[in-house]
Design a protein around this ligand. Sequence first.
Ligand SMILES: NC(=O)c1ccc[n+]([C@@H]2O[C@H](COP(=O)([O-])OP(=O)(O)OC[C@H]3O[C@@H](n4cnc5c(N)ncnc54)[C@H](OP(=O)(O)O)[C@@H]3O)[C@@H](O)[C@H]2O)c1
Length: 302
Amino acid sequence: MIWSELAKTGVLIPEVGIGTWNYHAGPGPLRKGLESGALFIDTAESYGTEPVVGEAVRGIRDRVFIATKVSPQNLHRTNLRQSVDASLQRLGVDMIDLVQLHEPNPSIPIDETMGAVADLMDVGKIRFAGVSNFSVIQLREAQKALGRYPIVSNQVRYNLIDRTIEKEMLHYCQANHVTVIAYCPLARGLDRIRDCDPSGVIDELARMTGKSPAQIVINWCLCKDGVVAIPKGNSTEHILDNCGASDWRLSQEQLSLLDSRIQYRRRSRFDMMVRQWMPSPLQSFAVRAVNALPRGLRRRAR
Ligand SMILES: NC(=O)c1ccc[n+]([C@@H]2O[C@H](COP(=O)([O-])OP(=O)(O)OC[C@H]3O[C@@H](n4cnc5c(N)ncnc54)[C@H](OP(=O)(O)O)[C@@H]3O)[C@@H](O)[C@H]2O)c1
């Protein structure tokens, strides 16, 4: 496993971590992933997976980098404190390595939120502060509000078919030493990536390199400076396969093949705004409707 510096902290984290949204396979597969070097787990107060993460790290907690998230409705000072205390309890730890604001909440003053985060860092409950789904402007404001501590990461969607962050965010983070934690690095499933790979370049590269398709797809993210990835697998087989995305690199020529043959998109601000504010029942309906479309249309609608 290749380790990567978290922002400019001097602290190293594995470049492949383990995501746990919608994870329901118990502590065993997570533990196998940790033992294979993915000593970085991502969870959130909203996922319901903090207890299983706590179980998986028992006895090796000091070696694992634990990241969790506070939900946007809990960003007032008192709520944030309560949320972090509840996460500490569910995880069964006395300090969280990385607490991320899950999403911006424009109705709560960022100074109040970051003030509460700084207080929790002062007393040692939080080691590092991060954000998720923040724009460049929101990230700058959050950093200004946090003051003496750095914001070390922004967790954002990044994969072979959704390259929206390349418009602005990726360069900003690279220039300002903010680690990009790529979520959905497998685009929530290889079938979605295959929909955008009409010539079968992923399978071609898998044959050429002896790596699995998932490893090719995740490695593409890791080839970008300052990017680490947190794929989720619901089996030991998938989690171990994903660990094998590290320790090697696609060649420049192979990266160019992916760039030219995968049909990717960079979403507009309007598209991002609609996605962010669409109520979740409507989102689930939209996902089901899109999945029912024929392949070409499905790709465009996503
Ligand atoms: N901050 C945010 O707003 C946010 C949003 C979304 C996600 N996240 C984080 O990012 C993590 C990853 O994102 P995600 O879970 O949405 O999607 P993902 O990791 O891109 O994809 C997960 C899907 O890929 C499949 N898969 C995993 N490993 C595979 C392999 N080696 N070969 C073939 N298929 C494989 C999984 O199947 P199985 O489940 O059957 O193994 C699952 O269907 C989340 O778990 C969460 O921690 C954060």
